[in-house]
Design a protein. Sequence first.
Length: 429
Amino acid sequence: MIEVVKEGGKISRRFIEQLKARNASNGKKVDAAVAEILQAVKTQGDKAVLEYTMRFDGAVPNPIEVTHEQMEELKKSCDPDFLKALHDAAENIKDFHQRQKQQSWIEPKKNGVLMGQRIRGLKRVGIYVPGGTAAYPSSVLMNAIPAHIAGVEEIIMMTPPGKGGKPNPAIMAAALEAGVSRVFLVGGAQAIAALAYGTETIPKVDKIVGPGNIYVATAKRQLYGVVDIDMIAGPSEILIVADESANPRFLAADLMSQAEHDPMASAILLTTSEKIADETVKELYEQINTLSRREIIEQSLDHFGAVIICKDLGEAVDFANELAPEHLELCAKDPMEYLGSLDNVGSVFLGNYSPEPLGDYFAGPNHVLPTSGTARFFSPLSVDSFIKKSSFIYYTKDALEPVCDEIITLAKTEGLTAHANSIEVRKPQ
């Protein structure tokens, strides 16, 4: 089910290459199918959206927009324990993201010069939320709450209709909790196209965020530039770094918590202890028998799982920085000692009692994270993802005159004589 690699401290690069191979091109068929959908929605608007919804989901809600009154009624059908957990998670997410909020600033300088930066939320943002068997109310919170804190004026949510064209009650409850403005029961690439171009019913947005299947991801990629997007998400991944103090039972459970997402998901354990490696593998075989998504977990661990024995934690940290994983658990005696060395990772979970699902659902940091090695240059979704910045300057006549010649010199060096002239006409004669 999972391979144990023992190479006397030398970590095989095969695993990195395997993981990169997961993210090869989707293929011409997917690209072409998505491009056709996007063009149809762009030119035909609602008509195309409804036709594709009927084709792919088997039902078209009438109307496709869910009112707040309907959402409130659906919320009443949810388990009270779920609603309490949802609310408590939302409060934690709000608390964490509120600390990310930036302020506009202005700085007065000599001679009446003013410099500054203005920060404001985007006008309208679209959030895509998967439906059906892959209904994730937690994703509603993680995408909408930072947008709301950033000052986004309107948050539009798209989610596929459920059985019989009905909304998912848990998703509707999360939308109310997170402050979503409007909800439309549309899924797939047609939902992304509708958000990007706008239709007679669905408003055009400035940015689209949220997870989805291969068609949703491809639509976001093809529409980047028409609108902004959060990221192109690849299969989920976890890397666990553990020493001899770790608990094999916990390690096995955490590896499978990511493997159950998708047969393409990656779950890797790096450990300095051969005993921990062997006992973790034994735990995998025992625990998997009780899990509902056993087949998916087995496929994931067969193809993209590994237990690698390292000579020391320093080597494990080096491997982690090269892999740049989405999630990294550091199950060591003193995890804080290594935190400063982890430069390329989406989110870090420190110690034996900070498992990855804690971050997925409840703790507060965002669970929308860079995958496929993009943690080298991408950051988690945050309040910053939903703002735009403008700089401003104000110079007086007395402040400009002393620097005119330097600006003119720079402009002429670049061959931009009109730039230079713009300054020259302001010089005192």
